[in-house]
Write a protein that binds this ligand. Sequence first.
Ligand code: SF4
Length: 169
Amino acid sequence: MGTENVQPSIVQSIVQLTQLDKILGLGRANSLWPMTFGLACCAIEMMAAGASRFDLARFGAEVFRPSPRQCDVMIVAGTISKKMAPAVKTLYDQMPEPKWVIAMGNCAISGGPFVFEGQYGIVEGADKFLPVDIYIPGCPPRPEALIEGILQLEEKITGTRRWPRVEAG
Ligand code: SF4
């Protein structure tokens, strides 16, 4: 049977043409695999986000992996000491592409309460040595804030928002 008499609108309703990277982005965004890696107190909230009460699994990002080789998102949750920074960078380098970084909490964003004149022990923000995609402020941020950060990362990957935004008020 020839296709010359078939209306283009009918063909479009049957066949969704899209780019391969859009499909891959959708798959990646809906199944982010974070690295199991906590640096300080913010990591407790990260763990709570993955547990039953906040249930990060609802958003497809609950599969925390023990190896950087199996991860695509690093959640920098806590204070980055200067001693620990090279290890954090090594773990990031070991993650396969494509990969993303979330700076969770004020310490990971800018050093948090440990910034004072003459401080010598901490790195004042993950973006001093990592390409941070999402910043989640708070000391510590609540698990809901981390979930919102995951949703914002999904949006960055796919270009569309999967869940409605909750307005503060
Ligand atoms: S931001 Fe606050 S809660 Fe988070 S690691 Fe720093 S001091 Fe701890």
